[in-house]
Every structure is written in C-alpha cells, then in structure tokens.
Design a protein. Structure first.
Length: 481
C-alpha cells in the first residue's frame, strides 16, 4: 500500500504480448470485458467493488526508471520497446458498474476500450483488485442479511492474507453492509467507523476479572463492552460485568453504550442465560455481542435458535470468504476495431457452454418491475441499441431461448448501469465515499426479491441478451462450426 504505482503488478505474459504487438506494429483498438461466471458461495447475486482502487491504479500507471531497469535485467525486452514504455500512459476509455451495485454472472463489471497494448497490460491488476473486493463485499452482504438487522463488525485483520487484503477487504466489507471494522488503518484511509473492545489478555493481566472490568469501564465509560468468557462466563464473567454496571449507574455515569461480548461456548445457550441475568439485574438495554468463528450460516442458525445476540463480530470467515476464497472474474476480448472504424465482434469458444463469451461492444440495461421497483432482469445489448419504456420489451434466456418474457409498456423501467469512468485516458468519474457506497449498496439489495437474497438455493436473476446481440453470437458460433 505504500507504493501507489502498481505498474509492475502484472503477469509477465502481459508484457511479452505487449512487446509482440509493438514489434509487429499491430495495436488496434479493442474491447475487453471483466465479468464472472458464478455467484460466490452459491448465492443469487454479487456486489461490485474495487472501482476506486482501479481508478487510482490507472491514474498512476507509468513505468519509472527502476521499473525499466528491472525489465532490462530480464533480457527479454528490446531497447526500443523499453524506450516506448518510458512514455507509456493509458489513453483509452473505461466503463464500469458503480461500486455497491448488485451484479450477476456474465455481465461486464468493467469494459475497457483501448489500444490492445494498453488494454492487455492492465488485465492482471484490474482482476486482482475487482475480484478481491467484490468477493469480500458479497460475503459481507450475505453475513449482514443473515443478521436480520443486527450490526455486523468486521474483525478479520489478523487472519487476512496480508496487509492489503486486510485493509481493502475491510473496505469492501463496509461496502457490503458492516457497521464498522477493527482495522484502524482502514478507518484512517477510508473514513469509516472503527470498533473494538479488549482481549482476554487484558483480563488475565489483572489480579482478578472484576478489577480488569472496573479499570476498563473507568477508562471507556461511553463504550463499555466487557469480554466475559475468560474464566467462567455465567458464574464469573456476567456477574462481574453486572457488578461494574451497577457501580457505574450508582456513580451517575450514563450507560449509553454498554454490554458484554461472548467469544466461546454455546452462543445460543450462553446468550439467553446472560440476557436473563442482565434483565433481572435491571440492565435490559445492555448489548450482547458475539464473535467466535462466525459466518452467515452460523448467524442464521443462532437467530433461528433465539440467541439473545444483537451485535456480531465476524473475522476469519468474512475477511477470507473462507467457503469461497476466489471470485473467479475473467478478462476477455470481445471486439477488435477494423480499418473502417467499426468494431468486429469476437467470441471465445469452449466445450463448457458457460465459458462461451458474449461478443461485441456492449452495455447493460437493468430492467425493473415498475409496480415493485424490484429487478426483473438485466439486458446485455450492443452500445448502439436503444429501448423504450413505452414499447414492448422481449426478454429471453440466451441459453434456452424458448424461455421468453414479454413486458408491456408501463410495466417496467430501464437503467443503464455501465457508466463512463475514463475517456481518452482522463478520469471522468468521481468515487463516492465508502459510507455513501455502503448506503447505496443497501438500497441496491432492496431491489432484489427475497427469493434471490436467501442463503441457500436462491432464485437466479435472468441476464438476457438482446435479440441483435444473440443473433451475432449465433452467427459467430455457426461460422466456427
């Protein structure tokens, strides 16, 4: 994170291909799409994230002399190519779906329109940034949904795969809906709330548990959450916490935000017992928070069991997306500009039909049901196509085209979700703050049907192709076969 210039954050073959294009004199303008094929964790959607870091990367994209010297030492690159790199800048266009938007498989999250040498170089970094943050934002959205309105705190820094993953992962978790993070650097960099209590070592460093609680409460009376499971949760921890709360109240100290944290044991049983003890002692508004290897499935189960927990600290399983540790985004060539200035659509074939790409220079329209504001489908089309809310709209499944839906005028609204980010190498987009993106992401998820948001066996939102794009895809498939 210290070095803003990430130009060499790339796979070697991007550079060897660049030299190949340079030597051959071939540098046509092309279209590349960033998309993914399968929703993480078996879910019904994903959350786009990482665009702000993509913008920063593109703005800082230049080869410093130390980069040139290193590349020269590899004995792979000729002097004339290295001289070209000295003045390299990105000059193309980039379109993207804004961060915090709900997205679905096979639709371009980012579209790059640029000379192929430039477009090829940025592939690796774009995928690295977008894949990671979209994965963690999606995982966070699932965890937040499972908590049913309770606050989720991101506590995973010490278990993340390095400082960058911990910090940018915390940023993504905030976008996905967390109310705060334990990561102080993330708080500083992105102006998000930071939260935390104390460790078991705090308790163990004092002569007894009561003294540890009392000392902590004296220092932090406005945010007094006491960790009660160091010794015996119900026989020692909770009673000592209640003793401290009583003394605070008797001393006239306002109990604005206070309570206990559970980090081990049967959280459902312990929380219900602790809740009863706190209520009987006159502290019905005391918070009960919990940690301990939580994920969306365990939180959902604990909620179903009636656990008396209203605040959750989620670490390892969130910051690493432990059950689905890779997003799987890819970067595929979709079109090459011909001598006449028109794009020639390109398609990648595979024996696996899910890996066959969608050709052409495309955009995406989101189709909403007007009566509910819920997402009906996403429509991928060519950039020169237009659609009207005052005309019929025919949607059909591109894999099983006999499955069709015809929407009548007045039944739907349309929104183009790919927006310009760079034009001719200049940034034309202003990134919102992380907390603004978080609020937008919450509203975005409210456009999903409940059936799509459920954790297991969700309903899939249809991502359809326009008739014109579908016909081009079929034509290209027929030509090859």
């Amino acid at each position: 994170m210290d070095r803003q210039n990430l130009t060499l954050l790339t796979d070697l073959y991007e550079l060897t291909m660049m030299q190949g294009y340079y030597k051959s004199g071939s540098n046509p303008t092309v279209v590349f799409d960033v998309f993914y094929r399968t929703n993480p964790s078996g879910g019904g959607f994903a959350i786009a994230a990482g665009l702000e870091q993509v913008i920063q990367y593109i703005k800082e994209l230049r080869f410093e002399e130390e980069d040139i010297s290193y590349l020269a030492s590899l004995n792979l690159f000729d002097k004339d190519f290295l001289d070209y790199l000295r003045n390299f800048r990105f000059t193309g266009d980039i379109y993207a779906i804004p961060e915090g938007t709900v997205v679905f498989p096979r639709e371009p999250l980012i579209k790059v329109v640029a000379p192929i040498m430039e477009a090829q170089l940025i592939e690796t970094a774009l995928l690295n940034i977008v894949n990671h943050q979209s994965l963690i934002a999606t995982k966070a959205a699932r965890v937040v949904y499972a908590a049913r309105g309770d606050g989720i705190m991101e506590f995973g820094l010490r278990r993340a795969q390095g400082p960058d993953a911990g910090t940018y992962g915390a940023r993504a978790a905030m976008i996905g809906g967390c109310i705060g993070t334990s990561n102080v650097l993330c708080g500083q960099l992105f102006d998000v709330p930071i939260k935390g209590t104390h460790a078991h070592s705090w308790i163990m460093s004092f002569p007894d548990e009561y003294t540890a609680f009392k000392t902590y409460a004296n220092m932090y009376p406005q945010a007094c959450i006491l960790l009660v499971d160091t010794y015996d949760t119900l026989k020692s921890g909770v009673p000592n916490a209640i003793r401290v709360f009583k003394e605070m109240r008797e001393a006239g100290i306002p109990l604005n935000f206070y309570g206990i944290r559970l980090d081990s044991g049967d959280l459902a049983y312990m929380s219900k017992r602790a809740r009863k003890m706190l209520d009987e002692a006159g502290f019905p508004d005391a918070v009960i928070s919990a940690s301990s290897d939580l994920d969306e499935y365990l939180i959902d189960s604990l909620k179903t069991q009636g656990a008396a927990i209203t605040s959750w600290g989620v670490g390892t399983n969130l910051i690493t997306s432990a059950d689905n540790p890779a997003f799987g985004g890819v970067y595929k060539l979709a079109a090459v500009m011909g001598e006449d200035g028109k794009f020639i659509p390109k398609i990648k074939l595979s024996e696996n039909s899910a890996k066959i790409t969608n050709p052409g220079n495309k955009t995406i329209y989101r189709v909403y049901e007007k009566a509910t504001g819920k997402i009906k489908a996403d429509l991928i089309c060519l950039v020169d196509e237009t659609f009207s809310e005052e005309e019929h709209l025919l949607l059909f499944d591109p894999v099983e085209p006999w499955k069709k839906t015809k929407l009548n005028p007045g039944e739907f609204t349309l929104r183009e979700i790919l927006v310009p980010v760079f034009k001719n190498g200049e940034c034309v987009y202003t990134s919102p703050s992380v907390m603004e993106i978080r609020d937008y992401c919450k509203k975005e998820q409210e456009t999903l049907w409940d059936e799509t948001r459920r954790l297991v066996n969700p309903h899939n939102v249809y991502v359809d192709l326009s008739a014109k794009l579908y016909d081009i895809k079929i034509q290209l498939l027929d030509q090859v076969n």
